[in-house]
Design a protein around this ligand. Structure first.
Ligand code: ADE
Length: 253
């Protein structure tokens, strides 16, 4: 997977992209990153990438040209048999902004299937509307709050997408049983010692009885979801078994 980021602050990314699962995924060749400072595409000797808004008012607006030129520099012209980008298979060009579609695990799974993602991160300013209208394929927000720029938001998306690449996680199972992938929050986990400051691990987890343990985990996952995120149990694709457990637990409340 190729992931490119347009930003005026490439240095913000070095720690995150080089560390832990994402850093290892890069070393294993599962993902490759390019950080592009779009100031280099300003087309003027001052490196100016923003300008005053037409119609007046405060704040600056990111100009269309540097962003278009930077994105175009990353999209290889598709020459038949050249191994360049397949015709018709354009990269997803993602604008980070608070007005975008709200990010969630379903969108992470969708983006994880792509070969090429390009993120556009603005800072402080708004974007010239022609970037939205004629360049980007997606506008994404990571939540209902305003950050100083799209950089942190794009790193959240990159992290969640890279860990879904086959081979990125040590234990292939751990992405499958994630909170949100199963539609439920995760069940509680315990590790040694069996007693810590007088607090003990539930007996069933020490019993060695796998079937009962699985049943307990499912029930605890449903209980946690019911307590913290009951809305998730109304979603499509929730199994009859889970619905039955939820109904029984609700009666016990
Ligand atoms: N840029 C500023 N705030 C943002 C948010 N919540 N999500 C994505 N990009 C942003």
């Amino acid at each position: 997977m190729q992931i490119d980021v347009l930003t005026l602050f490439p240095e913000m990314f070095t720690g995150v992209l080089g560390t832990s699962i994402v850093g290892k995924a890069q070393q294993k060749g599962l993902v490759s990153f390019r950080l592009v400072n779009f100031r280099e595409f300003s087309g003027n000797k001052h490196g100016q990438v923003d300008d005053m808004p037409y119609g007046g008012g405060g704040g600056m607006v990111l100009k269309a040209e540097p962003i278009f030129r930077a994105v175009e520099s990353l999209i290889e012209p598709s020459v038949e048999g050249s191994g360049a980008e397949e015709p018709g298979k354009r990269p997803r060009v993602i604008l980070m902004c608070p007005q975008g579609q709200r990010y969630d695990q379903k969108l992470a799974e969708e983006l994880a299937e792509e070969d090429h993602l390009i993120f556009i991160c603005g800072h402080y300013e708004g974007y010239d509307e022609r970037i939205r209208e004629h360049l980007v394929t997606d506008e994404i927000s990571i939540g209902d709050y305003v950050l100083t720029g799209g950089e942190l938001a794009s790193m959240v998306i990159i992290d969640s997408v890279v860990r879904l690449q086959p081979g990125a996680l040590g234990n292939a199972q751990s992405a499958v049983s994630d909170s949100y992938s199963t539609g439920l929050l995760e069940h509680p986990h315990y590790t040694r010692p069996a007693e810590f400051r007088g607090w003990t691990v539930p007996d069933i987890l020490l019993s060695g009885h796998h079937e009962n343990i699985e049943q307990w985990r499912l029930e605890e996952a449903v209980r946690r979801t019911l307590e913290r995120r009951p809305d998730l149990l109304e979603a499509e694709g929730i199994s009859e078994e889970v619905k039955k457990i939820a109904k029984r637990l609700k009666q016990q409340l």
